[in-house]
Write a protein that binds this ligand. Structure first.
Ligand code: DON
Length: 556
């Protein structure tokens, strides 16, 4: 599937240069791949709106960033349409197969059968939502036919694209799993080995599957030929999908969660994501402090204590709201935040084990993707899409080119942390047709001068990254400053304050330890945030891609 096109590679490299663009023209797009950003503009230039562009960017990312998202996965699209001031959250999260149950990955004694079962191969895969969501977006929000918006993705799948360093490094991480499955191996490896730098990846089966979707809409994926191939491959490999699972899959439109932090309106992800609730709860705790007037050490300490408490409630209360009842109003109320704030001491941490409630340990991992689009009229899309770990379950359903997700690991499937070290409760246990709790946090921020669109991949750290970016939005106007900000993270359990090397000085590390924090520098920088902004007074736009990634942001 690979050819070498050095010239193309060099041209692409030039294009990949980190970008932040500023201009007074129509639309800003920031995504994790230059070809995906270009696909969005291609569709706009054909008369599409930002929602058509979102279809094009999502589908192109599925092709050119197969480690992060894809037709075999799901995602969330937070959308705002200026003409009728409508804001909606499109929940295209994967669902547990109907044959799934809470003990799917444990034996009769409650012991994990094989820790890889929820991560690798067909049994780790939940029913994909991304294809249905693309159809939904095109039908309910777009101006162009779905086939038109899918055209750039089909072209890149058929003609191929030059793989970058990010792709190769994630592929290296997951090569052992990909090698186990012939259809995956044939697409992503070359004679069982990693491809060379600047190799071209062509995905002809995926182009054909996208073409079915383009021609037949929903039925092009969830019925007929593609569905037959998906079911045959999954069942042969020990998976539990059935015809009904594919027929029954539905996207849900939900009301986003909305809150306020010191004059900034925050619109973010409701369940099945934990993102918006944890973000707003942490911000409400912090809103009583004038952080700008405090020294940096106290700021870090207070932000960490707010993260600890909000992530604790994630573990205790959150799951799919179609299945469990979540006390959203209480969790987001000022009184509740005041109660949590009263347990925060300026001179010491509150160890996580002293927070009450029964949780079952669970964890997070891999890769995912986010893009942000806004036009000069304020139409906008924040989308975070995932197949969970890099290259999902590593399993391509033969003949489809579709790499399946391993999102089942985002459920609490046993007593113990999940792939991201996250713990949870009964609210996030597996049930047939249920959506697994996510941390994905596509978000809009608005004050009297600006409307921003942002989000990032990064597993359990997604929410703390969006929290830090929101606090930075309160201080600074340039999206580059929100996306490049050094990061730190606390998720209640493990009771550890993680930080990027550049986030704290040595002195701050010592002082934070003195307050009782357990500190751990992350091995690498993390996250890949993409943000776009509309300045209300001038109607100008700006966009930025995280310098940690290979994304591309521009305004045209
Ligand atoms: O939905 C979630 O929370 C996870 N499946 C997201 C995974 C992720 O962001 C991996 N990125 N590094």
């Amino acid at each position: 599937m690979f050819k070498k096109y050095t010239l193309v590679a060099l041209l692409l490299l030039g294009f990949i240069a980190q970008a932040s663009a500023n201009s007074s023209v129509k639309t800003a797009i920031a995504s994790a791949h230059p070809l995906a950003t270009a696909a969005g503009f291609e569709i706009i230039s054909q008369g599409g709106n930002v929602f058509d562009a979102a279809v094009a960017v999502s589908a192109t990312l599925a092709v050119v960033e197969p480690s992060g998202s894809g037709l075999g996965g799901g995602g969330y699209w937070l959308v705002h349409r200026a003409s009728d001031n409508k804001t909606r959250f499109i929940d295209g999260r994967e669902k547990a197969p109907l044959a799934a149950h809470k003990d799917l990955y444990v034996d009769s004694a409650g012991q994990v059968i094989n820790p890889r079962l929820s991560l690798d191969g067909a049994k780790a895969a939940a029913i994909p939502g991304l294809p249905a969501a693309l159809v939904h977006l095109a039908e309910h929000y777009g101006k162009l036919p779905l086939a038109r918006s899918l055209a750039p993705a089909i072209r890149h799948a058929r003609n191929g694209f030059v793989v970058g360093a990010h792709h190769l490094s994630l592929l290296k991480n997951r090569a052992n799993v990909i090698k186990q499955f012939p259809a995956s191996r044939d697409i992503f490896l070359v004679k069982g080995q990693l491809p060379e730098h600047f190799a071209v990846l062509r995905q002809v089966d995926l182009a054909n599957t996208l073409n079915q979707l383009a021609r037949h809409g929903r039925a092009g994926f969830y019925a007929n030929e593609v569905a037959d191939k998906l079911l045959t491959a999954v069942q042969r490999a020990g998976g539990i999908w059935t015809t009904e699972d594919l027929q029954n899959y539905q996207v849900v439109e939900r009301e986003p969660v909305v809150g306020n932090y010191r004059g900034i309106k925050i619109t973010s992800a409701p369940p099945s994501s934990a993102g918006g609730i944890v973000l707003l709860e942490a911000l409400t705790i912090l809103s009583a402090y004038d952080l700008a007037k405090l020294d940096k050490l106290t700021q870090i300490h207070l932000i960490t204590e707010a993260m600890r408490r909000a992530y604790h409630d994630r573990a205790l209360y959150l799951g799919d709201s179609d299945f469990v009842s979540i006390p959203v109003q209480r969790l987001l109320s000022n009184d509740y935040a005041a109660g949590l704030r009263s347990s925060i001491r300026m001179d010491a941490v509150l160890p996580s084990k002293q927070l009450s409630g029964d949780v079952l340990p669970d964890s997070e991992g891999g890769h995912t993707t986010h893009f942000s689009i806004i036009d000069a009229e304020g139409n906008r899309v924040a989308a975070t899409l995932s197949i969970n770990f890099p290259f999902g379950s590593g399993f391509v359903a033969s003949g489809t080119g579709v790499l399946l997700n391993d999102e089942m690991d985002d459920f609490v499937s046993h007593a113990g942390p999940n792939g991201y070290g996250l713990v949870g409760s009964a609210a996030n246990m597996i049930a047939p047709g249920k959506r697994m709790l996510s941390s994905m946090t596509p978000t809009f921020l608005e004050d009297d001068k600006r409307i921003a669109v942002l989000g990032t991949p990064g597993g359990s750290r997604i929410i703390s990254m969006v929290l830090l970016a929101t606090l930075e939005f309160a201080k600074a106007t340039s999206p580059m400053s929100w996306v490049k900000l050094p990061r730190f993270h606390h998720q209640y359990l493990p009771d550890v304050l993680e930080y990027e090397n550049t986030a704290f000085t040595q002195q701050e590390v010592v002082a934070l330890k003195g307050l009782g924090h357990s500190l751990q520098a992350t091995a690498n920088p993390y996250g890949n945030m993409h943000a776009a902004v509309l300045y209300k007074d001038t109607h100008t736009l700006n966009a930025a891609s995280d310098p940690r990634g290979e994304g591309f942001a521009t305004v045209k």
